[in-house]
Design a protein around this ligand. Sequence first.
Ligand code: ATP
Length: 345
Amino acid sequence: MAELTLRSVGKTYTGGVDAVSDVTIDIKDGEFIVLVGPSGCGKTTLLRMVAGLETVTRGDVHIGGRRVNDLDPAERDIAMVFQNYALYPHMSVRDNMAYGLKNRGEGKAVIEERVAEAARMLELGQYLDRKPRALSGGQRQRVAMGRAIVRQPAAFLFDEPLSNLDAKLRVSMRMEIRKLQQRLGTTSLYVTHDQLEAMTLADRLVVLNGGRVEQIGAPLEVYRKPASTFVASFIGAPAMSLLDARIEGGRLLLEGHALATLGNTPGPVTLGLRAEDLRIAAIGLPMRVEYVEELGAQRVIHGMVGDQALAVTDAHDAPLGPEVRIAVDPSKLHLFDARTGRRMD
Ligand code: ATP
């Protein structure tokens, strides 16, 4: 079994930068976990601590039940796939894939068999004798995957492996990685700043903010019930609109318009509205139209309610006046504490 456990893990770099604070994550055998968050939130640092490329300042890292804090990367039984592929330029694809196995003294027959199997899975058979420079970006990425697969490690660690590929290739490689991981059943920890990549790949997401865990959950769970305004604005596109609202006399008021009846304590709240949960209607909240993003199948209408920004997804292409009315379904509201930003229900 290759569970991967992080227990109150923290990292302070020399110079005093607290990159990661008190992170606890239990990753089950075979699970695909994606660490997601904006630049500088500590994703890479966390991954590198699991890999053994950075020392752990506080807490414990366990791989397959074994505490690995003090083990070298080579002793941790993990394989890492990097953003820049980290292939050896002077070696053929075959030798790049075989390198790790040779290094740990595997027999020739085992190496040949594993490389052939990985090459078949990744459709690299015809490129085995080429050097990396004679490959496309997508093919290089496959070789980097192949190198990880042949080692049959306890866990795969991915550090933004698709960020050097163009948008279309990124989508197809994303699917390939997911299919491959499901087939192999290898526990995986994957770092990205791309929320869409995170949503589509993960069994569970870990949303990081300033070195701390904001929320852990299945992608849809996180999308439907973001734990904070930070998660709400990071997961989902277009981003959830966050507006200053009030609860007064059992009603939720936005710019003087009552949107719902609520039992909550009176006072200011942050109201979260997803564009896809709103629609244009004959009656409802008045919104001044500012600009329209055409996406083909739908459009996103950006506007202002009072002096607050709101986005609405619309599947129609009827001409719009300067003001539209927005119907808000009271069951689709998200309420956050105005002070802490934490979800209220
Ligand atoms: P990105 O998506 O931009 O790669 P990230 O979420 O992976 O960001 P990290 O690279 O883990 O973030 O960095 C987290 C914090 O630690 C940042 O504030 C960064 O400046 C800092 N940091 C990273 N490496 C070092 C280092 N070697 N020494 C000092 N501070 C560092």
